[in-house]
Design a protein around this ligand. Structure first.
Ligand code: 0O2
Ligand code: 0O2
Length: 207
């Protein structure tokens, strides 16, 4: 297996999606008072993680293109929960890729406490051998969900997936606290946006 050759289209897809989603953010900034996108990050899964996931999920090397769906991963982080639906709808109506699966871990949180909305897409990318359809995962979540997931991910890494029960229980409580924070912020969303609008206008006036 030549991993560099295999991963080249995935690198291309991640770069293209990053440009497109960051472009959406910029356009929102120019045209509206509120961007539903706070920031965008993206990565190609490291080879060691690909191998680990293949082993964990018992995926044969011949099937990784279809069964390992997060080799190309993009993350859209939003300020408010409502922004997630907005982004999901916009992504579903695009013509440059096809959404093939949706996983709503917001209304159906995972056992760990994880919350996020996942879109699995089929993205046509041009290679030197012609068009290739590459599967990629777009994760859409709030800043609070991202904060939780990042910390939980670090602990999972540290404990190699076997987080002690005591810490796991605390993480579940932290997940609920993050959810409450999102709920509370949603209630004062209009106030916050108004403040941000004033702040932006004020800043621009001083330039
Ligand atoms: P700016 O000027 O900081 O806004 P890259 O190739 O660096 O563009 P990549 O490879 O995805 O993108 O890098 P990374 O480190 O994942 O970060 C991508 C973008 O998300 C960067 O912005 C980071 O600054 C931003 N980012 C990452 N974590 C956070 C966070 O916790 N809060 C905020 N607000 N931003 C974060 P830009 O657009 O590249 O540059
Ligand atoms: P990475 O790159 O380290 O983040 P799974 O069985 O959950 O491992 P599956 O069935 O491929 O994965 O799909 P799923 O559940 O939709 O999740 C894929 C990705 O979502 C994970 O990738 C994580 O990024 C994120 N995720 C899912 N569940 C959790 C969770 O409980 N905690 C955190 N922090 N993230 C989660 P990987 O493979 O972990 O890779």
């Amino acid at each position: 297996m030549n991993w560099r050759t295999f991963l080249a289209p995935y690198v291309q897809v991640v770069e293209e999606l990053k440009v497109k989603l960051k472009g959406m953010r910029a356009q929102f900034e120019y045209e509206t008072n509120h961007s539903p996108i706070e920031f965008v990050t993206a990565r190609v899964k490291p080879i060691s993680s690909i191998k680990e996931k293949m082993k964990r999920k018992n995926i044969h090397i011949d099937n990784i293109e279809t069964e390992l769906q997060d080799i190309a991963g993009v993350r859209v982080v939003c300020q408010f929960v409502d922004d997630i639906d907005d982004i999901v709808e916009r992504l579903k109506s695009r013509n440059d890729f096809e959404v093939i699966e949706e996983r709503d871990y917001i209304n159906h949180k995972k056992e760990s406490g994880y919350r996020s909305y996942h879109l699995i897409i089929s993205y046509p990318v041009e290679t030197i051998h012609g068009e290739k359809k590459v599967i990629a995962e777009i994760q859409i979540r709030t800043l609070a969900m991202n904060f939780w997931a990042t910390n939980e991910h670090s602990l999972n890494y540290k404990y190699e997936g076997r987080i002690p029960e005591r810490i796991r229980a605390r993480l579940k409580r932290a997940a609920e606290a993050a959810f409450k924070l999102d709920e509370e912020m949603s209630k004062i969303k209009d106030e916050i946006q108004e403040a941000q609008r004033i702040f932006r206008t004020d800043k621009n006036n001083h330039k």
